[in-house]
Design a protein around this ligand. Structure first.
Ligand code: PLP
Length: 463
């Protein structure tokens, strides 16, 4: 590969998403480390887009994929079943709350969300409630980039060109403790009461589904809703016959220290919160092959089985054996090495060390908050720590930090716009659960140096 095609996204024949970025060519990965073709190594501090939960280069997962590819790589999921799909569905049903025991496999998180929302509509129509068509989602929040998933996402910059094709989705405020306002935990966004108001405003019999990330992903930067929030959400959904879709694309498979993030919450009687549909992606495949899933309560599947008999969501690569083999091997690896437990215990170390390293007011006045749970940490940057005023979007603080960190051999994940829809800068730290404590210290040392670079960079910009 020539130097030019290696580093410039605009050169060569690949149409990349970021056309102005110079992208190193990664040739190999091991654990939390990535190696480019120039010999530079990068600490993958976010597992790419919060995907590589078990680390890169796990040979037993690669072997399982190789064996499956040689055995049977593709059959059509409307005609045949296959062993890895059956085994993975059984494994996931055992991990999911009781009753959520039917798995439908697709390729990406967006596809899983799209299918979950469509399924909620089909379920209501087949039950004889065709007026139920309103979807309620939260802002900030993100559910994907296909048109229905994007409609349910509060990402204005992603919607910019596609407005005429998007659907109206009712939005309520997401629980976002750092920016909760004067009422704090009593505000309707934080108690969950905002959902009831939105349902009543839309007309209770018109609402099909409420979709939410149980613990905030990139959109609210690992914000953790208050303890009683999901008990209230479940009660409201039950009262009005609204399906509750827990979007665990980012948080599922152990990222927050429990297999599903919703496990951090309990109903008032101490029982598990049982969503109607769970979406998964990212960590489900660990990055080894595109794979997502919706886990569906059998009560919903039964309505369709006893009605049309057909979920109207055809995709060529649904229930794919090769992807399922990758997912199955990843889940078995997770279990064998008790990596969800490790995500909780090492996550506590990661959270504490990051807070200790970054919250010093004099050293890093631009760090407003460090928060999260398990191996999911959000670091929010502000122009003024006292007022939490965000930086002006034009300064591109999060994007600049990502580039500065990459130059120092550290990969992080950015998010923007969460403070008020336009402004707001945060980065996500979400390494593989296998990261060692020495590697955590290395991550933090590179991060501190990158933030110091950012502070210098901002100081040079005339006000
Ligand atoms: N849902 C959540 C919570 C996500 O974080 C994402 C991606 O970041 C998606 C859905 C969409 O997944 P994908 O990018 O695999 O389509």
């Amino acid at each position: 590969m020539s130097d030019e095609s290696r580093t410039s996204a605009a050169a060569g024949n690949v149409f990349y998403r970021k056309l102005h970025r110079h992208m190193p060519c990664i040739v190999r990965g091991k654990g939390v480390w990535l190696f480019d073709d120039a010999g530079k190594r990068y600490l993958d501090g976010s597992g790419g887009a919060m995907v590589a939960n078990v680390g890169h280069g796990v040979e037993e997962i690669a072997d399982a994929i190789g064996v499956q590819a040689a055995t049977i790589a593709y059959v059509n999921g409307t005609v045949f079943t296959n062993e890895p799909v059956e085994a993975l569905a059984t494994l996931l049903a055992r991990k999911a709350p009781a009753g959520v025991d039917k798995a439908y496999f697709l390729s990406s998180g967006s596809e899983a969300v799209e299918a979950a929302l469509k399924l909620s509509r089909q379920y209501h129509v087949e039950r004889g409630e065709p007026e139920r068509r309103v979807i309620i989602a939260r802002t900030p929040g993100y559910h994907g980039n296909t048109l229905l998933a994007l409609s349910a996402s509060a990402r204005e910059h992603y919607k910019r060109f596609y407005g005429p094709w998007l659907l109206d989705v009712a939005m309520i405020g997401a629980p976002y403790p750092y920016r909760a306002g004067p009422d704090g935990e009593r505000s309707p966004e934080m108690t969950g009461d905002a959902l009831e108001r939105a349902i009543l405003a839309a007309g209770a019999r018109n609402v099909a589904a409420f979709i939410a990330e149980p613990i905030g992903g990139s959109s609210t930067g690992a914000s953790v809703p208050p303890p009683g929030y999901y008990a209230r959400i479940r009660e409201i959904c039950d009262r009005y016959g609204v399906l509750f879709i827990a979007d665990e694309v980012l948080t599922g498979a152990g990222r927050t220290g429990t297999f599903f993030a919703l496990e951090h919450y309990r109903a008032r009687d101490g029982s598990a919160i049982v969503p109607d549909i769970i979406t998964m992606g990212k960590g489900l495949n660990g990055g080894y092959a595109p794979l997502s899933a919706l886990l569906v309560h059998s009560r919903i599947v039964d309505v369709i089985a006893n009605g049309s008999g057909n979920f109207q969501h055809a995709q060529t690569y649904s229930h794919n054996p090769l992807s399922a083999a990758a997912g199955l091997a990843t889940m078995r690896y997770l279990d064998k090495h008790r990596l969800v437990e490790r995500s909780a215990s090492v996550g506590r170390v990661l959270q504490q060390r990051l807070r200790d390293a970054l919250m010093d007011r004099d050293e890093f006045p631009i760090v407003g908050d460090v928060r999260g749970i398990g191996m999911l940490v959000g670091i929010e940057f502000v122009a003024d720590r006292a007022t939490k005023r965000p930086f002006a979007r034009a300064l591109k603080v999060a994007e600049t930090l990502i580039d500065l960190a990459l130059a120092r051999g550290l990969m992080l994940w950015p998010n923007t716009g969460h403070a008020d829809g336009t402004n707001g800068d945060l980065v996500i730290v979400a390494p593989a659960f296998t990261i060692s404590e020495e590697e955590i210290d290395e991550l933090i040392s590179r991060l501190r140096a990158s933030i110091a670079d950012l502070v210098k960079h901002l100081a040079q910009i005339p006000v």
